[in-house]
Design a protein around this ligand. Structure first.
Ligand SMILES: Nc1ncnc2c1ncn2[C@@H]1O[C@H](COP(=O)(O)OP(=O)(O)O)[C@@H](O)[C@H]1O
Ligand SMILES: [Mg+2]
Length: 342
């Protein structure tokens, strides 16, 4: 075996994946490459999918190389196999994405063809069509079938899946979620392989946006949408693009745990009043949410305040036209203290 990539015992942080340096590995024709996963004991959706995506990319870039995965019998291997992780990368091990039924505590790796989703929705708004899937996810990740907390997260999951269908122009949407009952924490990752957020916001008439980094800050502002004003005028009242989807999801999830968006060559994490920027490069758009499931009542009470604050902030920022990146940063800084660049 010529190149061996040894994975760490935990796959739970972005650093666990980026430290492998997969994008820098050089291989020559005739080499073989092994992913040694025998030490892996624990994995979480975000880091697992980040690794899977990078491994897929490495394999795609080296069609002449034979890739292998080496595992051992362990809870991690069984779990990863069951949720469709290995087959998602391209290894013939475990179940395929979309194959397992999931469990009380996780929703396995699921892939959707975006053109197919849009076609299936036909005359129905794609958001409405996605409700079936967002409800299934909310049921597992909130551990409830109805009620205010279910409604809230069902809304967040639907909005981010909807964004991929409405704005990404990509081919594939991938979703994977897990609930940890002992910790009362849930995590979900949703990503697409589309054009990314900045591509949609560069042309927006309301804002002065020139970089990926600014685009992420603009996208989570209340009332900012990449859809033009003219197009929005003709949209359905309930299912139109109000520019509030990412605002509500980011404010709400960052209070309940963590909101992260990665698109182009930038990432932004909002968690517990702190914002962290990342220079992570990824095609398409990734959304990572993490939240506590045992503080439901106080979370639900906050939502109306967040929406009201958003409406008033929107009218405030609109006074300056077009809105400058500094105004977006200022508004973000009023809610989130800046941490060091990570
Ligand atoms: N997955 C995505 N791919 C590309 N652009 C996106 C994606 N998600 C969000 N965006 C951009 O961010 C903007 C803000 O998203 P959102 O707050 O949900 O507002 P809305 O969907 O109502 O326009 C979108 O209008 C779009 O331009
Ligand atoms: Mg939206």
């Amino acid at each position: 075996m010529d190149v061996v990539i040894k994975l760490p015992p935990r796959l739970s942080l972005a650093a666990h994946v980026f430290d492998l340096g997969l994008e820098r590995i050089a291989m020559e024709a005739g080499d073989q490459c092994e992913f040694d996963m025998r030490s892996c004991r624990f994995g979480e959706p975000f880091a697992m999918l980040l690794f899977a995506k990078q491994a897929k990319e490495l394999i795609r870039k080296h069609p002449q190389i034979a890739f292998f995965v080496r595992t051992t019998q362990s809870d991690f291997t069984r779990y990863a196999g069951h949720v469709g992780f290995f087959k998602f990368i391209g290894f013939d091990l475990g179940k395929a994405p979309n194959e397992a039924h999931g469990s009380q505590n996780y929703s396995p790796v699921r892939t959707f063809s975006l053109p197919k989703l849009i076609k299936q929705a036909a005359d129905e708004p794609v958001g409405k069509h996605l409700t079936k899937y967002s409800s299934e996810l909310a049921e597992v990740l909130c551990q409830s079938r109805d009620g205010a907390i279910f409604d809230l997260y069902e809304y967040c999951f639907r909005e981010i899946m909807r964004n991929a269908a409405e704005h990404s122009r990509g081919n594939e949407l991938v979703v994977f979620g897990q609930h940890w009952p002992a910790k009362s924490i849930s995590e979900i990752v949703v990503f697409d392989d589309g054009v990314g957020v900045s591509e949609n916001l560069y042309e927006n008439e309301y804002i002065e946006c020139a970089t990926n980094r600014d685009a992420l800050k603009f996208a989570i502002l209340p009332g900012i949408s990449g859809v033009s004003r003219d197009d929005r005028m003709n949209q359905d009242d309930k299912w139109g693009n109000s520019g509030f989807g990412l605002y509500v999801t980011s404010r709400f999830c960052s209070e309940a745990g963590l909101f992260r968006i990665i698109s182009g060559n930038s990432g932004l994490t909002l968690a517990k009043g702190v914002q962290t920027e990342h220079s992570w490069s990824h095609s398409g758009t990734w959304i990572h949410l993490r939240f506590r499931t045992d503080q439901a009542a106080s979370q639900v009470e906050r939502i109306n305040e967040i929406i009201e604050e958003g409406k008033s902030e929107f009218s405030g920022i609109l006074r300056e036209f077009p809105i400058q990146p500094s105004a977006a940063s200022k508004l973000l800084a009023s809610h989130f203290e800046k941490s060091d660049f990570a």
